[in-house]
Design a binder for this molecule. Sequence first.
Ligand code: HEC
Ligand code: HEC
Length: 340
Amino acid sequence: MGGGSFVRAVVIAAGLIAGAGAAWAQGAPPAATGERITEWDIPQISTLPDDEFGRLVRFGRSVLEATYAHVGPAVADPAMRFAGNNLACANCHLNDGRKKFGLPLVAADADYPAYSARTARDLTLADRVNQCMIRSMNGRPMPADARPMLALLAYLTVLSTHIPEDAKISGAGAGQMPELDRAADPVRGAGIFRAQCADCHGVSGEGVRRNGADAALGYGVPPLWGADSFNDGAGMSRLMTLANFAHNNMPNGTDWLMPQLSPPDAWDVAAFVESQSRPALAGLERDFPDLLRKPIDAPYGPYADGFSAAQHKYGPYAPIRAEIARLKAEKSSVPNPNLK
Ligand code: HEC
Ligand code: HEC
């Protein structure tokens, strides 16, 4: 078992000490299996006691919000430089991981350990955090017992209070708006970017630093491409993720109940962002050893089917999805000689 179960034990202990009256220990009974949890019953971090565990959780929230200041490439202690860019986890996991369709982290502690098709092994929650460190943060893994890691895990444990193991939440991920029956168009997207995004993210997608001289102060608005952005192996490098994220969350402050960008505009502006250059992660060809489980919009090969890399990156996806379904059916109809 990884850090998750250790932290869970700490949470239970802290709950006992705080007593059943603690606001963050109250709440609805766990939902029945299969049912999606719509009302997230997340404790207020400010109600946690000022004890060792409460302080660890608050530190974890700070690592999520100001990642650059704790483990970024410009921090004073070289041993603490785990992230390779000056983003914050919360630039993508919006509202400290508590926003519907803003890549919420509300069920993360309940989701792991889990099998990962990308790495073809079981991941602990610490391993999953490190996937974002290596890809979204373009950095290197943090040891499972490093204090910022323990703090992140403690914070994530609190976010999953009252979420039963393997439960599904509503509002997970970045959403699933209707797809286009054409390829997303980066040229049309460039005009949408200038009109809808450049005021905040900059005409060259470079973002806005809080302080020109001190990178460890991070960004007021994060970059969307270039050397200080997420790398090409990150989840945000997939068109579906970025397009849905933009539809449900951008311009910043938008939420899924009242999106500002129409689906076609969100697909095209996302295509423009994904067409720009960003750091390259080595070894991507080893991701998803079972290619039939690779997301169809992974912007790097190899692929199980004969569709072009451009169609995988920009769509349309329906024909690829149909072909993958056909290949899966074909594969499962071939008798496995190793089975008696
Ligand atoms: C550039 C955007 C971005 C940044 C920055 C980022 N992540 Fe992520 N993260 C993602 C995406 C995209 C996913 C995949 C979500 C999905 O599969 O629905 C993800 C998934 C996760 C998950 C798994 C959630 C689950 O329930 O399966 C965890 C945990 C996580 N991130 C933690 C972190 C932490 C901690 C940091 C900072 C060290 C971080 N992320 C930084 C984009 C980002
Ligand atoms: C009002 C200013 C504003 C506008 C306009 C805006 N953004 Fe953002 N965007 C932000 C801020 C601020 C964040 C970080 C949110 C946070 O940390 O809570 C962000 C985060 C993001 C992220 C995730 C973080 C990253 O570095 O990748 C993406 C992707 C993104 N914006 C895309 C877009 C796109 C595409 C548009 C245009 C359709 C857009 N944004 C318009 C302010 C803005």
